[in-house]
Design a protein around this ligand. Structure first.
Ligand code: ZN
Ligand code: ZN
Length: 246
């Protein structure tokens, strides 16, 4: 298999001890599947990896083709990958290309970002808890029509707190394939997608990526549909899609 950056030969490596990944020892790039990358330990592992110095000119000698099937690689944006990582993905086999030593800087940065998000999530129920008595107090004081309106808001607050489905995002690839990722607080028992063309819900297979993050991969199932809706354990969400452009 050939390196998409420098045309060097890719060598078998294992990143987690059980995966089969590849690395170019000319330029440092790593070829791996999403599951492997997501399974990397959270701590800074940079000391364990051989760093490779590379002349940037050398990175232009490759053809940017998938080492598996020679499809042109496309820039991947989304999920929990910070913008500074120029990860590329094969739209056919969905393997990821991490140029130079970028993969080894990725996980610690991703963890930091996740912790930030978790902090906000932890604060939310406390804010809600503070809000409900406050609304009740206002309700007591004002009463009447205003009170009824506030009661509606109060109920909405409760619904929001019980919501378990979040961070729903989708990617459409140029070949028509699509993936949807989401976070679900709990075990996913059923998942469906709404097919606009046929006006019906159909069951889909969900793959667990990490902790509470899940992914659904679609073949041509979604072709034609403008708005995509998914339903996880009965909870519905509209999927905001972005298309991949290199
Ligand atoms: Zn290379
Ligand atoms: Zn491929």
């Amino acid at each position: 298999m050939k390196c998409p950056d420098c045309a060097g030969l890719l060598m078998d490596v294992t990143l987690t001890g059980i995966d089969k990944s590849y690395r170019c020892f000319n330029c440092g790039g790593v070829w791996a599947i999403a599951k492997t990358v997501n399974g990397l330990p959270a701590e800074d592992q940079s000391g364990q990896w051989q760093r490779i110095e590379v002349d940037p000119e050398r990175l232009k000698t490759g053809d940017n083709r998938c080492p598996n099937d020679q499809t042109e690689l496309e820039y991947y944006k989304g999920g929990l990958i910070p913008a500074e990582f120029k990860v590329r993905q094969c739209p056919v086999c969905h393997w990821w290309w991490w140029p130079t030593d970028s993969l080894f800087n990725f996980k610690p940065l991703q963890e930091a970002r996740k912790k930030e998000k978790a902090k906000v999530r932890q604060l939310m129920p406390m804010m809600m808890a503070a809000l409900v008595p406050l609304l009740s107090l206002v309700l007591l004081i004002t009463g009447g029509v205003v009170g009824v309106r506030l009661l509606g808001q109060q109920q909405q607050v409760k619904v929001a707190a019980a919501q378990r489905l979040s961070e729903v995002a989708g990617i459409k690839f140029e070949n028509g394939d699509a993936t949807v990722t989401f976070v679900y607080a709990g075990e996913v028992k059923t998942a469906q997608v709404f097919l606009t063309d046929e006006s019906k819900w159909v069951p889909v297979t969900v793959e667990k990526m990490e902790q509470n993050r899940y992914q659904i991969s679609f073949g041509k199932t979604l072709a034609g549909g403008e708005e995509v809706r998914i339903r996880v354990n009965g909870e519905e969400a509209v999927v905001p899609f972005r298309s991949i452009k290199p």
